[in-house]
Every structure is written in C-alpha cells, then in structure tokens.
Design a protein around this ligand. Structure first.
Ligand SMILES: NC(=O)c1ccc[n+]([C@@H]2O[C@H](COP(=O)([O-])OP(=O)(O)OC[C@H]3O[C@@H](n4cnc5c(N)ncnc54)[C@H](O)[C@@H]3O)[C@@H](O)[C@H]2O)c1
Length: 251
C-alpha cells in the first residue's frame, strides 16, 4: 500500500517531545523525510534516533521558533538536504497557568513570541522552500483554548486565538503559492504540558471539564489528524479548523 505522505519533506517544530515527537514519527512512518526542530537539543536528537530506528528519515536542527534568524537556518537546512519543503507543522508552544490579572507583561510577551509570532514566522519563512512542492500544506497547532476561554490561561488562550485567525489569513494570502493552511485544536492531551495536573485526581477532573469522552487523549490521537491535513487526502481543505477535543467544546 502506498504510504500517505510518501516522498514528501516535512518540518515539525517543537519535535523533541509530546505531540511534536508523535507528529514527526507518524509523518516519517508514512513516508516523509522529517526535519525535527526544537530548542531542546537532546530531546530533538532522541526523536530523530527513534525515527531512524523505525527505518524512517529524519534530521534535527536547533531552533527557537520566535527567532527569524533561526527560521532561516531551518529552511536553509531543509532545502540543502531535500531541495524543498512540502509540509510544515507549526507545533512548538508554551503555556503559563495564570489568570489575566496575574499575567506579567514579560509572560504575555514570551507566550505570544513563541505561539503567535513563531507561527507567523514559520508560515512566512517557509514560502520560498514550498515553491517546488506539488501539494504544499501548513498545519498550525492552536488549541480548543483558541476558540473558548477557561480560567487561568489568558495569555495562552489569546495567543492560540491568534493562531486560529492567522491560519485563515494565511490560507487566503498563501493560496497565491498553492499553499493550504489549516489549524488543529486539541483538547486535553497527555504530554509534559499537562501531566502534572493529570496526575492529581482533582486536577484531572478540573482539566477534563466537559470532555464528553471523559479522558485525556494520547498525543498520537492528534497526530493522525495532523497527518490527514498534511497529506493530499485533505486537498479541498484550507483555512479550516479541526477540533480534536473529545467533545469538550460541544457542550
Ligand atoms: N497538551 C495539551 O493538552 C495541548 C492541548 C492543546 C494544544 N496544545 C498545543 O500542542 C502543541 C504541543 O504541545 P505538547 O503538549 O506536546 O507540549 P510539550 O510541552 O510536551 O512540547 C512542546 C515542545 O515545544 C518546544 N518548544 C518550546 N518553546 C520552543 C521554542 N521557542 N522554539 C522551539 N521549540 C520550543 C519544547 O521544547 C517542547 O519540545 C503546543 O503548541 C501546545 O500549545 C497542547
């Protein structure tokens, strides 16, 4: 059977752990050569080792997504190694559990620099590298908290809301280059970002809130959606938002 992203070149940011790692692994399993990027060098290299152990192709570039200079290094690496980029997954993200009234200005700025500016820089810097691609696709990782509010994550929620509408703006502007751009909105996923809270029964209950399926997801359950949007199976989707939240925001 043909693999779903056979022969494609993918860049996955924040690929050292959590969902970024499983997005990179699944894309590689389905035939893509993956450039894994992260500020975490050790974790990023471990992701590459795991992919290679499974017979996949991957490389690592140290990368702070809030830096335009770092983005240039990533894109240059991908083009030198593979000639082009077909898939960009803007996954790197950070969270601070703080109410609006407790959010310091520097916390707000850092969260916006990584989550919102990082996604903008990715969408912009990747354009020339996607010119040679037959079916370029950008997948931006937002959150269900880019659609609804909740207590104690004001800057995070605002930054993920920015990713949501930036995705629609990018879908309009980048159609000139044939690039599709969609966003994914995960609910509660078991990763380093949430594990401490999920380990405490009270914290778990509060975090799961109205999740219809009554559990946190494994990162792989989001990666399957990212793979679909990255692949040509979603060829008529652009500017769309796909919610993967076990039904949290349905009620
Ligand atoms: N875990 C959840 O419940 C959840 C829910 C909705 C959305 N998300 C989003 O999914 C994405 C992945 O989250 P996760 O749960 O796997 O998080 P995680 O904390 O497990 O992993 C995030 C990765 O991003 C990297 N990173 C942080 N700052 C970076 C920077 N400036 N440049 C490059 N890399 C950087 C980290 O080193 C880490 O490897 C994030 O955008 C997050 O906001 C997570």
């Amino acid at each position: 059977m043909t693999k779903r992203v056979e022969g494609k070149i993918a860049v996955v940011t924040g690929g050292a752990t959590g969902m970024g790692r499983t997005h990179a692994q699944l894309l590689a399993e389905e035939g893509a050569a993956v450039v894994v990027t992260d500020i975490d060098v050790e974790g990023g290299r471990d992701t590459v080792t795991l992919i290679e152990k499974d017979g996949g192709t991957a490389s690592f570039v140290q990368h702070d997504v809030s830096s335009s200079a770092d983005w240039k290094v990533v894109v240059d690496h991908a083009v030198q190694a593979h000639g082009r980029v077909d898939i960009l997954v803007n996954n790197a993200g950070i969270l601070a559990f703080k109410s609006l009234q407790d959010t310091e200005e520097d916390v707000w700025d850092r969260i916006f620099a990584v989550n919102a500016k990082g996604t903008y820089l990715g969408c912009k810097t990747i354009i020339p590298a996607m010119k040679e691609s037959k079916a370029p696709s950008i997948v931006n990782i937002s959150s269900m908290y880019g659609i609804i509010g909740a207590p104690n994550a004001a800057a995070y929620e605002a930054s993920k809301g920015a990713v949501r509408t930036l995705t629609k703006a990018a879908a309009v502007d980048l159609q000139e280059f044939g690039i599709r751009v969609n966003s994914v909105h995960p609910g509660v996923i078991a990763t380093a970002m949430t594990n401490d809270i999920l380990a405490d029964p009270e914290g778990e209950k509060a975090l799961l809130g109205t999740t219809i399926l009554g559990r946190a997801a494994q990162p792989e359950e989001v990666s399957t959606v990212v793979l679909f949007l990255a692949s040509e199976e979603s060829s008529f989707m652009t500017g769309s938002e796909v919610v993967v939240d076990g039904g949290y925001i349905a009620q």
